[in-house]
Design a protein around this ligand. Sequence first.
Ligand SMILES: [Zn+2]
Length: 115
Amino acid sequence: MSRDWTKEELQAASKAMAAAGNMSYEEFCEKLNEMTAKMLIERFAKKQRGGNYPCPCCGFEKMNSDPVRNALSRRANVYVCDECGTVEAMEDYFGKEQSLTDWAVVMNPESFDMA
Ligand SMILES: [Zn+2]
């Protein structure tokens, strides 16, 4: 049996979880979205080896046809274009990270035969 939580109940539970050192509900949802995005990206990585696709991160046709001549992403086990590889390196340097949910392959899976 489950019931719908009211907004107030969710907020209170979320606050209590955060106060107890756990993830808040919002953090949990964010984490879940990231994980789902990462799973999709890594499923795409298997496809990537067998065909010519745009960069899964920026979505542009900038990939070298020889996969290993592209940059290996620091976020997931997948190749991205050189530019995205550089951006990731800079993000790491500045301690920031673009969410995987913003990747082209996650936003437009049908363009990558992933829908
Ligand atoms: Zn790119």
